[in-house]
Write a protein that binds this ligand. Structure first.
Ligand code: DGL
Length: 279
């Protein structure tokens, strides 16, 4: 990062992190909605999954990643992981001097607004469901709704194995979603950043009349509004060759790069490995 960026904060990158590749669905939306912005992404591929870990552990990991991202002089941080947003956002907000947002509140807000029958389903990791974070945010906005949470732990490895359109994924989705179908939800939050990658399977199984909420999309909108409000939005397209998108992981950079290139059509040139325990 050079001195020019330090002197003009709007040119500084946005820090984005996840436990691994799921946060790339958020990166994809940020690239679409605010294309002038630079991004510094960290995927904690050595320590994924977060969804089965404790609050203490996920908060410790998130704190290390925030320290790492700050060495890249990021102007803001997006926690592109529902589990880390559920467990660590409140703590981190108190600790850092730049704006930080998670993916849970933006998704909760839209779901609370779009439901007509007041029955909202949330699918996510065990940690996110157990934290009841979506219930809290949604009921703050709309008290007349009922939230039905369902942990779907097998979706993450299915996505990571590339089984996005596969009979196995269909079968698992049918098992996970059957109780939500019986309840008659009209809105379903994909409360894990991996899930938008199997959106078509989820939609087919739950029924096309159910509104699917993708918090990644809503988060990019909220990020844009926040940057605008604080005068942090980059008004100019970055110069050619300026290394607009940088990717870091804690393990297996080659595999990450391959996976990332199947999600982000932009073409990721490199992903570097970082020893995150040093931060
Ligand atoms: N990306 C994480 C989330 O949104 C799920 C993967 C994990 O368990 O680490 O919750």
């Amino acid at each position: 990062m050079n001195q020019d960026i330090i002197s003009d904060i709007t040119k500084a990158p946005i820090g984005v992190f996840d436990s691994g590749v799921g946060g790339l669905t958020v990166v994809r939306e940020i690239m679409r909605q605010i294309p002038n912005e630079s991004i510094c992404y960290f995927g904690d591929t050595a320590r994924v999954p977060y969804g089965s870990k404790t609050k203490e552990t996920v908060t410790k990991f998130s704190r290390q990643i925030v320290r790492f991202l700050k060495t890249h002089q990021v102007k803001t941080i997006v926690i592109a992981c529902n589990t880390a947003s559920a467990y660590a956002l409140d703590e981190l907000e108190k600790e850092i001097d730049i704006p930080i947002i998670g993916v849970v509140r933006p998704g909760a807000k839209v779901a609370a607004e779009v439901t007509k029958n007041g029955k909202i389903g949330v699918i996510a990791t065990e940690a996110t469901i157990g934290s009841q974070i979506y219930n809290r945010y949604i009921q703050d906005i709309n008290n007349n709704v009922t939230i039905y949470g369902k942990a779907c732990p097998l979706f993450v490895p299915l996505v990571e194995e590339g089984l996005w359109q596969d009979p196995v994924t269909d079968e698992i989705a049918k098992r996970y979603l059957s109780e939500l179908i019986d309840i008659g939800i009209d809105t379903l939050i994909m409360g894990c950043t991996h899930y938008p990658l199997i959106r078509s399977t989820i939609s087919r199984v739950i029924g096309e009349e159910v509104t699917l909420v993708n918090p990644a999309y809503e988060t990019a909108l909220e990020l844009k509004a926040m940057l605008q409000e604080r005068g942090l939005l980059n008004q100019e397209a970055p110069k050619l060759g300026s290394n607009q998108y940088q990717f870091y992981v804690s393990d297996a950079a080659g595999k990450f790069k391959q996976f990332a290139n199947s999600i982000i059509k932009y073409g990721i040139l490199s992903a570097k490995t970082v020893n995150i325990e040093d931060y």
